[in-house]
Design a protein. Structure first.
Ligand code: SAM
Length: 281
């Protein structure tokens, strides 16, 4: 079943959290000259038109990126948002927010000549869009294959440095179990990689189980950043989302400590956040 299309959700509050954390991590990783590999196991289409019928159906971006976009030129823009907002500006140089970058576009915007990216996407149309977007970029390889399986075949990377974004739609409930199994194998093969795992807050019991499974997986140094725009509620859809970061760059915790309260205030009137070291170093 592949019914999920990210175009309906592009630029929503979950994307703001996911993409600002991703950009902050990449910003730290490129501070060292050594090459790294970026892996996006569930890449999506790569870029989204916010004026399209899909994006305008529920206008999720109005409650997400449109609230933080004005901070671009603000003197008090939090450090943790700056790289993300500059990338948005690169895509929307004329000041109006018409296009929203997916994680592959954001990563590409920061890759240096020595770096490479591998993108995986199963949906035929999303794959086609992604492939078209990066057709002329020799540093980026796009494949229409299962990202969970592909990940394990890739590790350890020749570069010995990698940032892996795992961003499944969780439309099949087995994604949670598959995620844990893949992570265990990936970590065993390459324990020094930076892994970023996105999850939705729809049912708190599922989030608790995911956290427990990560804690029991034998993985060290795990940071969790979660942002909810509403209180937990059953049958209320996605009330928040989180990022689980394995081997976060050492500066990340401090930057997120500053960023998360700002994000909550900007994205919600009654939100809350959690920033916690789930597993010690
Ligand atoms: N990472 C993207 C971003 O931040 O811009 C969004 C990705 S979207 C949440 C999830 C994508 O995963 C969908 O486009 C879906 O078609 C794709 N997908 C679902 N199962 C997959 C699998 N097993 N392997 C690769 N892609 C998959």
């Amino acid at each position: 079943m592949l019914s999920y299309r990210h175009a309906f959700h592009a630029g929503n509050h979950a994307d703001v959290l996911k993409h600002s954390v991703l950009m902050q991590v990449l910003e730290y990783v490129i501070q060292k000259d050594k090459p790294f590999l970026y892996v996006d196991t569930h890449a999506g289409a790569g870029c989204y038109d916010l004026r399209s019928g899909w994006a305008r159906k529920n206008c999720e971006h109005a409650e997400g990126v449109e609230r933080v976009w004005p901070l671009l030129d603000a003197a008090d823009c939090p450090t943790g948002l700056q790289t993300y907002l500059l990338a948005l500006k690169k895509l929307n140089p004329h000041g109006e927010l018409h296009e929203y970058p997916g994680s592959p576009w954001l990563a590409q915007s920061i890759l240096r000549t020595q770096d490479k990216a591998r993108l995986f996407e199963l949906h035929p149309n999303e794959y086609k869009n992604l492939q078209t977007l990066f057709a002329h970029d020799k540093q980026i390889r796009v494949e229409q294959t299962d990202g969970f399986q592909a990940l394990n075949a890739l590790l350890p990377p020749a570069e010995r440095r990698a940032v892996v974004l795992i961003d499944p739609p969780y439309e099949v409930k087995t994604d949670y179990q598959t995620l844990i199994e893949s992570l265990k194998i990936a970590y065993k093969k390459f324990s020094t990689g930076v892994y970023l795992i996105w999850y939705p807050v729809i049912d708190r019991k599922i989030v608790n189980r995911l956290e427990r499974n990560i804690m029991d997986a034998g993985i060290r140094n795990v940071l969790l950043a979660e942002l909810c725009i509403r209180a937990d509620a059953e049958d209320a859809g996605m009330t928040g989302s989180g990022m689980i970061i394995i081997n976060p760059p050492w500066q990340l915790n401090a930057v997120l400590k500053d960023l998360m309260p700002h994000l909550v205030r900007m994205l919600s009137d009654s939100g809350r956040f959690r920033l916690q070291q789930l597993v010690a170093e």
